[in-house]
Design a protein around this ligand. Structure first.
Ligand code: FPP
Length: 215
């Protein structure tokens, strides 16, 4: 969900206004996914590296996290959308950790849709977390499945497609293990301006790609 601050700058607004608009886009995209039958939506909301941003900006993004977990998630769960947080959740303020536990305890089994929020997430940190978990278990030989089970994303299918808004053409520590065969789409649109038309166009292009998985 890249481009929030540049969107704000373009409109002569402070950075947090970009995140506020970005939050609205996220709510809309969840609905579009439900409409289009996309069962799993993963969003990169806050990276390990984002912690280095100005204190007020980080505090504002944390407040959006609270809004999502406390106000939006119960509604989403009632609509059949399971909400999961993936990342180093121990680094969040205690009240957010409690909200994460609370929402996890309210998930419906076999939900039709899933929203996975990567927050306090870094792909390399996730891989190290899995390695250390395996070392703690004195594991000797580990296969792909055994490794995948130790990742924060355990239970989440690998992404079929990845969309990065905002014009940059890189993955920036987003799901390095899980995206090896994902189809990548880079769009110039800033996240707050991401529209249903752009989303539908990407789905159409995705349907035309031939996925060979190296075969
Ligand atoms: C990247 O744009 C966006 C973020 C670092 C924050 C994303 C947050 C939201 C979309 C709101 C939803 C939040 C939660 C916690 C659910 P950027 O700030 O890097 O923009 P830039 O590339 O223009 O600087």
């Amino acid at each position: 969900m890249d481009g929030n601050r540049r969107w704000a700058q373009t409109h002569g607004l402070p950075p947090h206004k970009g995140h506020e608009r970005g939050f609205e886009t996220l709510r809309k995209v969840v609905d579009w996914c439900k409409e289009k039958g996309v069962q799993h939506l993963v969003v990169y909301a806050f990276s390990t590296e984002n912690r280095g941003r100005a204190e007020e900006e980080v505090a504002y993004i944390m407040d959006l996290g609270r809004k999502l977990l406390r106000d939006e998630s119960p509604k989403l769960v009632r609509q059949g959308v399971s909400v999961h947080v993936i990342g180093d959740v121990k680094r969040f303020p205690v009240d957010i950790q409690e909200m994460i536990h609370d929402i996890q305890s309210k998930q419906v089994s076999n939900a039709a849709h899933h929203l996975w929020v990567a927050a306090s997430y870094g792909g390399r940190a996730e891989i190290l977390h899995a390695v250390n978990a395996l070392l703690n278990k004195n594991a000797s030989l580990v296969d792909e499945e055994g490794f995948t089970n130790e990742l924060w994303t355990s239970g989440m299918p690998d992404p079929d497609l990845v969309i990065r808004t905002g014009g940059e053409q890189r993955l920036s520590n987003f799901l390095p293990w899980q995206t090896v065969y994902s189809e990548l789409f880079f769009v110039p649109t800033y996240w707050p301006d991401f529209t249903k038309e752009v989303f539908e166009d990407i789905l159409t292009q995705y349907a035309q790609r031939e996925r060979r998985y190296g075969k």
